[in-house]
Each structure stands twice: as C-alpha cells, then as structure tokens.
Ligand binder design. Structure first.
Ligand SMILES: C[S@@+](CC[C@H](N)C(=O)[O-])C[C@H]1O[C@@H](n2cnc3c(N)ncnc32)[C@H](O)[C@@H]1O
Length: 252
C-alpha cells in the first residue's frame, strides 16, 4: 500500500512538523477562515499541526486521516491541551459525514497523495457534496518543480531518548503521462548503533498544472476560484513560489 504513514513515518512527521510548526499556512488558514460560520473539515488531518492551533483560536474544526499512528499523535496533542479531538479514521476516497461543512481545507499538499486522476476527480466531488451552499474549499498544492528536484537525500532526527531516526529518500519512478512520482522512503530507528526497526514507505504523489487544477475545480462545479502564491491571497503564483493555494466556493 502506498502513502501508508506507518509507525516510523508518523514519528518522524511529528518530530519534523510538530503542532506549532507553521510554513505560513497556520496564519493563512486562520485568516482565510475568519468569517466561516459553521463546522470546518480538515481531511488528512495528520498529527493536528494545523487543526490544533485552529481549535485553540476558537474554530469548530474536525478531521479525518487514513493513518491510526498520525491520528494517535493528534489525539495526544489535543488531550495535552484539554481540547476535544473530533478526528476519525477515514480516507479521501470514502469519507462520509451526515452534515455539510462551512469550509474544507487541505493544507501541506496532501491532496497530491491521491494519484489516480479518476479518484482525484471523485474526491473533489465528495468535497463539493460535503460543503453547504456558499461554503469554501481551500487546497494547497506543491508546485511541479518540487517533484523533479534532486533525489537521494538522507535526513536525521534525535528522539527524546537520544535515539536516532533516519530517512533516506530515493525517487524510483517518474511518470510524465500520469504526472506521478514514486519514491522509496526508508525510515530507520537506531539505538547505540544498533538498528531497532526499519520501515519502507512507498510514497506516490501526483503533480497538477495550475490551469489544470483550476479547470478540475470548475468542472466539479466550484465557482469564484482564486489562485494564490506563497500564502499571499489573490497574488497570482510566480514560477519560484513554494506553495500554490486554490480557494473556491460551492455556489449558493
Ligand atoms: C503531509 S501529511 C499532512 C498532515 C497535516 N494536514 C498537516 O498539514 O501537517 C499527509 C497526511 O495524509 C494522510 N493520508 C495519506 N493518504 C490518505 C488517504 N487516502 N486518505 C486520508 N488521509 C490520507 C497521511 O496519513 C498523513 O497524515
């Protein structure tokens, strides 16, 4: 299974991108959701990096994620702060709620984990169906350049117990027709020079062209699509931007 976010992957994510770490996105979402009235949904909520600060700012936000390990970190961060974590184990492809949301947000390029075009189209439709009329969808996408850069990096983190976690990233396939990359992410946990555990995550992502994604949103029925670069709302993306945000509304 691809994009599993297992035990070591989730541990590394939580060390590398803990609650409290912002790439400009926490402030951006706080600002863009300012006038939302009603519940907000964050699919692929992960460890709660975005959800927790939004809950602390008073937003009524809930989420789902495919990984039990990531949800475990999210629940732990919420309980440390006496926040009630309304998070469930569901997937992009099959999530379901018996109510509509005032906004759906997908930060951190997580939508690009849906790599099959037909599935991606169906997921956009599922988002649409879970929004009340007039509600907004905000999705961040990583630009194409970020998929095709150098590969083979090794990164490391030290745990609270002084153990070492390493991640070796090898891109093994680039499909220019399907617009996907497949990487082997090898996670290793080391103690006193001995390997405690290793894990291989087959990590597949899809890249989107800016116009292509805008048209996909419009084809789903979304209107008033605004595309922004580097969290400057309304500023059209530049070629060197590190993140591209799409904001659209379900018609009233
Ligand atoms: C990059 S993390 C984003 C976490 C969080 N939203 C943030 O901004 O830090 C991507 C998340 O997507 C989840 N994920 C991967 N495939 C998924 C799927 N098919 N359905 C739901 N969640 C999925 C992973 O478990 C992981 O927690």
């Amino acid at each position: 299974m691809n994009n599993r976010y297992g035990t070591l992957a989730s541990w590394v994510y939580n060390l590398d991108k803990p609650v409290g770490r912002s790439f400009g996105d926490v402030e951006y979402y706080q600002q863009r959701l300012g006038e939302s009235e009603g519940p907000i949904l964050e699919p692929a909520v992960g460890n709660g990096r975005i959800l927790v600060p939004l809950l602390e700012s008073g937003f009524s936000i809930e989420g789902f994620d495919a990984s039990d390990e990531m949800l475990g970190y999210c629940q732990e961060e919420c309980s440390k702060r006496n926040l009630s974590a309304n998070v469930t184990r569901q997937t992009f492809e099959e999530f379901s709620y018996g109510k509509g949301f005032a906004a759906i947000i997908i930060p951190a390029g997580s939508f690009q984990l849906v790599t099959d075009t037909t599935s991606a189209t169906a997921v956009l439709r599922r988002f649409y169906d879970h929004l009340v009329p007039g509600a907004k969808l905000i999705i961040d996408l990583d630009p194409i350049g970020s998929f095709l850069g150098p590969t083979g990096s090794v990164r490391r983190w030290t745990t609270e117990d002084g153990d070492l976690l390493t991640l070796t990233d090898h891109r093994v396939e680039t499909d220019y027709v399907a617009q996907t990359t497949l990487a082997h992410l090898r996670y290793e946990h080391w103690r006193d020079g001995n390997l405690v555990k290793s894990e291989l995550d087959l990590f597949k992502l899809r890249w989107w062209g800016v116009e292509e994604f805008l048209m996909a949103l419009q084809r789903t029925g979304f209107v008033d699509v605004v595309v922004s670069g580097n969290y400057q709302h309304g500023r059209a993306p530049h070629k060197d931007d590190e993140i591209i945000s799409f904001e659209a509304r379900r018609p009233r």
